[in-house]
Design a protein around this ligand. Sequence first.
Ligand SMILES: [Zn+2]
Length: 464
Amino acid sequence: MFERVPTLLENLILGEDIDRRLRFAKYLPEWLLRRIQVSEFQATLIRAGEHARFYQRRFKESGLDPRRLRQPSDLGDFYTTAADLRALPVEDFLCARPQYGFETTGTTAKNKRVYFSNEEVHDIGFEGAVGLWNLGLRPEDRVVDAFDYAFWNAGITLLHSLNAIGCFHVIASKLPPEEFYERVRDYRFNVLIVDTAWLVALTEIAERRGVWPVKFILSGSENLAEATRAWVERIWSAKVYQAYGQTESLGATGIECPAQRGYHLNEFNFLFELREPNPEGWGELVFSTLTRKVMPFIRYRSNDITRFLDDDCGCPLTIMRRIDKIAGRADEIISCGMGMISPWIFETWLAGTPGLADDWQVAVTQPGARDRLLLRLELSAGGATPDEIEAELTRRLEQRFPYYFKNWRMGMYEIGFEFHPRGTLRPSGGRRKLRRLLDERIPVAARQTEAPAPQPLSAEGSEI
Ligand SMILES: [Zn+2]
């Protein structure tokens, strides 16, 4: 029976009226949402088990009968991973004929492919429209979209959201920020939808050359450090909101609300879990698709570390649970002389340091007996000198992380700095995601026979 509920809700009550849907969301009982999710999860298991070669094989190997499974927890340690997507042909995951194909912008050379139907892209775009409406987007607004369209889904999904709202929009795509600034200035767009790292470069130009009235800015694809958000908001005199998603989820898995405290999850289309949460509730976000017919995923490991938030944000989307900002990647936690380190430590350490641009990368190296943390930092234009930055970072380490500072003073690890011009750390001319934390220590056995540690990227280097 519950399998038919979403269709009935969709057809009879909600329709394609965004405002009505948002108002209705407040009154949807949580028990009903959970029952619908479980029912759709069961249907997805059966569909995947019948049609997708990957799941047929994996269910068999794991001794699982999809018809007998009820809850995600019934699947034990059964997960779908990014490695599965990279290793196997996309056809192994398909349950129906696709109409759209996208690729992920990962940190490795081989991109994952994810396929969808027209209907799926349309539906996710519609859910995205509900989130944008919640942020205040209305048909009379004027939107410019500066997402990269090459092989990537974010722009296409957004296009469907903007079509649903019916506002005026221009697809600028990811132009160089100077060119973008010149060409869009006269349009007086009051909503900017952009890529996070790119927004910083655009804002630097706007700081020098002037801004125009903006209602809000939505940035996607990567975490925006809070200090940077505050700076961008000050320059534009507008709120900056963030969206969270992956190509595997077709973009909008979550979006902030006016409270700017975490992402509301799209629980109509996905069932979310946290894998192995620690005592503070942080764990890896795992999702199962509920409505996808072409390429469903059962318990896909996002590799993103986050936690559920339970305080009340007060917006109409309260029924959709929120997650915190992404604290790091599950495969980026490294044990070294500094301790167990993850990217958020460095985000917190580096945030707001005068003279630094947004991009950074930390490599754990081992030139001698001790681990050495090599901080690869990008300099902002006209900022502090490398010496001043090093002194400031030492001071901040002591202040913000006394434990790590003490370990460093005790000689448990070394710290080195490399300074690079802005925009040069990110591979492929800034189009790929930057891996924040790297383990570049060569295993002891290999060190005796092979070449020494990898070469630094370039530029000035020093150590403290
Ligand atoms: Zn909210």
